[in-house]
Design a protein. Structure first.
Length: 209
């Protein structure tokens, strides 16, 4: 892969990561409720989900999912249900600011946040279809494919974790101004609505649409 091609991919990754979506909402929610560095667990989990998406595309399973209406719909509606569930849970949090437990509870919560971030990215077939459309444009078929996919994966994950950490940190800073119960309730409801909006957008998504 040439340096120019890699730089173009780097810019594309930045634009993709910064654009608002379910991942950004999940990172902001985690930062608001858990602060930094604990809130970074969600961002880390998202990278595992992103890595799975890249592997799926790399081995061709993504193409099979995109080509099979039944498989695509099953994965898509699984993602819709999960995002909607996150939205309801966030709305119901109301005036609670979670994450203020003892060390043992913090460790369990950390694992849950990693899993949550993983599921947000792994259950999004729109990301699979997007990668199917984008990644091949940065692959040189005359060269070994595995090393190229590794470079693309490392670049995409590196950029995304920096951006998601930024979203987490921004929300954690804003949380200092939302210590009043009514402000926190408003923030939880806004984030809950954003999760539901992401679920609606995913439900409305059609390949090629």
């Amino acid at each position: 892969m040439s340096p120019d091609l890699w730089f173009a991919f780097l810019l594309a990754c930045g634009a993709i990561s910064v654009s608002p979506g379910a991942g950004a909402v999940a990172s902001m929610t985690s930062g608001l409720r858990n602060g930094v560095p604990r809130g970074l667990g969600t961002a880390i989990g998202q990278q595992f989900g992103l890595a799975l998406q890249i592997v799926v595309v790399g081995i061709g399973v993504g193409a099979a999912i995109a080509a099979s209406p039944l498989a695509f719909e099953l994965v898509r509606w699984g993602g819709v249900v999960y995002l909607a569930w996150l939205g309801v849970r966030q709305w119901q949090a109301g005036e609670r600011l979670e994450g203020l437990a003892d060390t043992r509870a913090m460790a369990q919560s950390g694992s849950a946040m990693v899993l949550r971030g993983f599921l947000v990215n792994a259950s999004n077939p729109k990301a699979t279809v997007f990668m199917l459309a984008v990644l091949p444009q940065f692959i040189d078929p005359s060269m070994a494919l595995a090393p190229q996919y590794l470079v693309l994966a490392a670049t995409m994950i590196g950029v995304d974790i920096v951006v998601m950490a930024g979203y987490t940190g921004l929300a954690a800073q804003l949380a200092r101004f939302w210590r009043e119960p009514r402000h926190l309730a408003m923030a939880n409801r806004v984030l809950g609505l954003l999760f539901v909006a992401a679920a609606v957008l995913l439900a409305a998504y059609r390949p090629g649409g």
